[in-house]
Design a protein around this ligand. Structure first.
Ligand code: PRP
Ligand code: MN
Ligand code: MG
Length: 173
């Protein structure tokens, strides 16, 4: 596997993100929403690098794809336990690809009365974007390749790799 970001690279990126986010949140106590399952690994490192009060919760959503294009609809498979009303919600994601997941979650939390909704994404793949959404904090901008590791999967596998690697096209073609 070709390593794109080593465990050490990722550690530095996560610490930088946590410090930057913390600077912006000042006295706010964010509700960090982990988008299952890909963001689990990033979330656990991010919250330990965030040196202040926060709360965490988890959400699982699936995108619907009609043919080759995303319909923009997502289905909630597991909802939050926490009310977002009046909260500063920080969505924690491993990667922004088409943008479908994040656009839907942002709209949902705004609709539910969050005071603010921001996104921290470890990785951003602009080449994949089909809907207009941008993360507020991005660790690394990545090429349009199939990435796995550090939470990112191919058919459920590779999430436990401590690094982010490029999956060989032979594997998925
Ligand atoms: C992946 C990834 C992001 C999402 C990004 O999750 O973890 O959540 O896709 O893609 P998008 O920008 O096109 O919405 P996936 O839906 O594969 O579920 P998983 O996290 O359980 O792997
Ligand atoms: Mn995901
Ligand atoms: Mg996946």
């Amino acid at each position: 596997m070709k390593v794109l970001y080593s465990a050490q690279d990722i550690d530095a990126t996560v610490r930088r993100l946590a410090a930057t986010v913390h600077d912006d949140y000042a006295d706010a106590k964010p509700l960090c929403v982990c988008v299952l399952k890909g963001a689990v690994v990033f979330m656990t490192d991010f919250i330990r690098a965030y040196d202040d009060y926060l709360e965490i919760d988890f959400m699982d959503v699936s995108s619907y794809y009609g043919g080759t294009e995303s319909t923009g609809d997502v289905r909630i498979d597991k909802d939050l336990d926490t009310s977002v009303k009046g909260r500063d919600v920080l969505i924690v994601e491993d990667i922004v690809d088409t943008g479908t997941t994040l656009k839907a979650l942002k709209a949902l939390f705004a609709h539910r009365g969050a005071r603010s909704v921001k996104i921290v994404a470890l990785l951003d793949k602009p080449a994949g974007r089909t809907v207009d959404v941008q993360a507020d904090y991005v660790g690394e901008t990545v090429p349009g390749e199939f990435l796995v590791g550090y939470g990112l999967d191919y058919k459920g596998l590779y999430r436990n790799l401590p690094y982010v690697g490029v999956l060989k096209p032979e594997v998925y073609k």
